[in-house]
Ligand binder design. Structure first.
Ligand code: HEC
Ligand code: HEC
Ligand code: HEC
Ligand code: HEC
Ligand code: HEC
Length: 171
């Protein structure tokens, strides 16, 4: 097949249709606020540091969904991790920590206790990840003592997930 050069007559009608559809959409809704608009006020958010991290490919408003236009309300609802991580949220909900939170035990681990701040999360294979193997004792050690973790580490099968732990294995 011969490829049609860009701007060819054969493509033009289809292109016009796409363009007029796009401009109709643009008239219907202003484009969502962009990261550069946000950091004009929130200069504590370092875009250069944020972009290479796990969430850096997302638009700000994909998480901060309550913001549809600027200026925005001063108080915003919390970001729902479960919207995008349904599988992990379900594992967590059935874990010893999730169940304890459900029962009102506010000192049990949340997503942030183990993963840190959302803007700072890196993939688990990154040595800086709070859930990288060598950092695990420090992450869990915020709430559990060394003796507990030593016992846990010996009892856990090598490939065990620690996010959905039900109880001390073998207890
Ligand atoms: C993965 C979801 C996610 C994305 C994407 C995201 N945020 Fe956030 N952001 C959060 C969460 C969750 C908090 C609350 C505390 C925390 O975990 O750090 C937060 C907190 C904030 C805060 C409150 C103050 C602070 O710094 O803690 C500001 C401002 C903010 N985000 C702006 C932004 C901007 C600007 C972008 C885009 C460059 C962005 N966020 C992208 C999840 C996200
Ligand atoms: C015109 C300035 C301005 C712009 C632009 C702006 N914000 Fe804010 N934002 C504020 C102010 C003021 C507050 C309340 C005080 C504070 O927490 O700094 C706030 C608070 C927040 C909070 C914390 C809300 C809470 O309940 O504690 C988040 C998250 C946030 N902004 C995200 C964003 C994101 C994402 C964008 C871009 C889509 C954005 N902001 C654009 C001024 C702005
Ligand atoms: C708008 C969708 C969205 C929201 C909301 C969101 N995430 Fe993510 N998250 C992603 C995407 C996309 C990635 C990168 C791809 C991947 O690894 O799944 C990611 C990656 C991660 C990772 C790293 C996974 C790895 O590679 O090891 C963790 C941990 C994580 N998110 C936790 C959270 C937590 C905690 C929250 C709530 C504060 C949250 N996410 C909110 C979309 C989201
Ligand atoms: C008790 C600590 C802990 C809590 C609480 C926790 N996680 Fe995790 N998470 C981990 C660990 C450790 C891993 C690494 C893989 C594993 O062992 O399950 C992980 C892995 C992940 C991953 C990457 C999954 C993959 O296989 O790539 C995502 C995404 C994630 N968690 C999101 C969340 C969200 C969202 C919440 C809250 C609903 C949460 N985590 C609560 C410890 C935790
Ligand atoms: C923010 C504090 C906090 C962090 C961080 C935390 N935990 Fe926990 N953990 C708790 C609390 C509180 C309980 C008790 C829940 C209850 O009372 O049912 C618990 C219970 C447990 C239990 C069950 C104990 C038993 O006797 O059966 C295990 C196993 C466990 N945690 C492992 C971990 C691991 C592994 C990590 C790190 C990946 C971790 N925890 C991180 C607070 C935390």
């Amino acid at each position: 097949m011969r490829l049609l050069p860009v701007g060819s007559r054969a493509l033009a009608p289809a292109l016009t249709l796409v363009l007029s559809f796009a401009s109709a959409l643009a008239l219907a809704a202003a484009p969502p606020p962009q990261a550069k608009d946000c950091v004009a006020c929130h200069d504590q958010v370092d875009l250069e540091a944020f972009r290479p991290r796990a969430h850096g490919g997302l638009a700000c408003v994909q998480c901060h969904t309550a913001i549809t236009e600027l200026p925005h309300p001063e108080k915003l609802p919390p970001v729902k991790c479960a919207r995008c991580h349904a599988h992990e949220a379900k594992d967590y909900a059935n874990s010893v920590h999730g169940l304890a939170r459900m029962k009102g035990k506010d000192h049990a681990a949340t997503c942030a206790s183990c993963h840190g701040k959302a803007h700072e999360i890196v993939t688990k294979s990154d040595p800086a990840s709070k859930v990288a193997r060598k950092n695990m004792d420090a992450t869990c050690g915020k709430c559990h003592d060394g003796a507990f973790l030593d016992k846990l580490n010996t009892r856990l099968p090598h490939r065990a997930s620690r996010m959905d732990l039900k109880k001390m294995p073998g207890k």
